[in-house]
Design a protein around this ligand. Sequence first.
Ligand SMILES: NC(=O)c1ccc[n+]([C@@H]2O[C@H](COP(=O)([O-])OP(=O)(O)OC[C@H]3O[C@@H](n4cnc5c(N)ncnc54)[C@H](O)[C@@H]3O)[C@@H](O)[C@H]2O)c1
Ligand SMILES: O=C(O)C(=O)C[C@@H](O)[C@H](O)[C@H](O)COP(=O)(O)O
Ligand SMILES: [Zn+2]
Length: 368
Amino acid sequence: MSIETVHVDLGDRSYDVRIGTGLLSRAGQEIMALAGKRRVAILTDETVAGLHLAALQDALASVGIDAPALRLPAGEATKCWPELGRAVEWLIEQRIERKDLVIALGGGVIGDLAGFAAAILRRGVRFVQIPTTLLAQVDSSVGGKTGINSPQGKNLIGAFHQPALVLADIGVLGTLASRDFLAGYGEVAKYGLLGDEQFFEWLEDAGPDLSGNPAALQRAVRHSVGMKAGIVQRDETEQGERALLNLGHTFGHALESATGYSQRLLHGEGVAIGCTLAFELSARMGLCSQEAPSRVAAHFAAMGMPSRISQIPGQLPDNDQLVALMGQDKKVQDGKLRFILAHGIGRAFVTDDVDMTMLRTVLSESRN
Ligand SMILES: NC(=O)c1ccc[n+]([C@@H]2O[C@H](COP(=O)([O-])OP(=O)(O)OC[C@H]3O[C@@H](n4cnc5c(N)ncnc54)[C@H](O)[C@@H]3O)[C@@H](O)[C@H]2O)c1
Ligand SMILES: O=C(O)C(=O)C[C@@H](O)[C@H](O)[C@H](O)COP(=O)(O)O
Ligand SMILES: [Zn+2]
């Protein structure tokens, strides 16, 4: 498969998302074309470092760039103040200047943290995303949402800071654990559910074999990035349409907070459960047919993914506490929850007109 490019057109914050196999070993040329021979520092996690850091450093060395790396612990708990502080102070020690480059080599955790570090370092330095998970390739590396979690809620501390370039090497997904691949698939399915029924239909067919089919995988990444780029171009800072990308997240983020940002529930798993709940709520409110949530749940089951709260291991807070956690969602306006609901598959919309009794019923049903 050839390398494809999706251009994200945001005026002076525009950038290319390059998608294909072999991009990691081409990173030197890609970065020289972007910035010339600049100082470069890499933020990554310990797992990704063991698998892919040497290839990136070799590629940079081949064009004469020596790039030191800081390895952070792998996992969601890394999106926190102490690790952010460590990363920023290390970048200062490396004397990274505004026109230099910070590279995020890793999944969404590293991308979000490194992007935020780049946003606040010297009030903003350039950064390049080299996403190594399916989730990061289809979603987190594009669009400029960066940040860390707080105990009160997901991504509550952050900034919009667009990358200068995204290099999505499909080949690196081959080393992903199956659970991490599937978590990323939660965000892939989200695109179909929020705005493209045909894409969802294609996923119903192609999804179960996606990890073993590089051509289909590249198509899924390319299509997802194309949809996200379109939405971000029209609404960079989430004043309206961009909230559609939050389908499933009001539920998912509350469940991630409730499980302590741990391995009990990965972000993409929370999105899959949350998308199913959003369709269940839509059906219960008479906004779509009952066939829609059944189809969503059936697809996640066919993928071997969770779609119900009861599939999360361990104890969870009660419904009131979950609804209270939802109250920290960034979409809340004047203290009122806003949800992404749907008139059908591919037909999502934003609303604050939600029946709270039905919301609790849907939560209770999903627990059983
Ligand atoms: N900024 C955004 O727009 C946006 C969008 C979606 C999700 N997110 C955020 O992304 C995060 C989740 O990202 P994630 O699912 O990539 O998690 P992650 O970064 O924790 O990566 C998942 C696991 O895969 C490992 N890994 C990464 N690449 C690998 C590879 N190629 N081979 C083997 N192992 C590899 C990591 O070490 C980690 O253990 C959440 O914090 C979520 O909030 C942000
Ligand atoms: O890019 C966006 O916009 C998204 O909402 C993408 C989501 O998949 C992602 O998880 C995002 O970080 C959630 O945004 P938040 O504003 O609710 O933190
Ligand atoms: Zn997400």
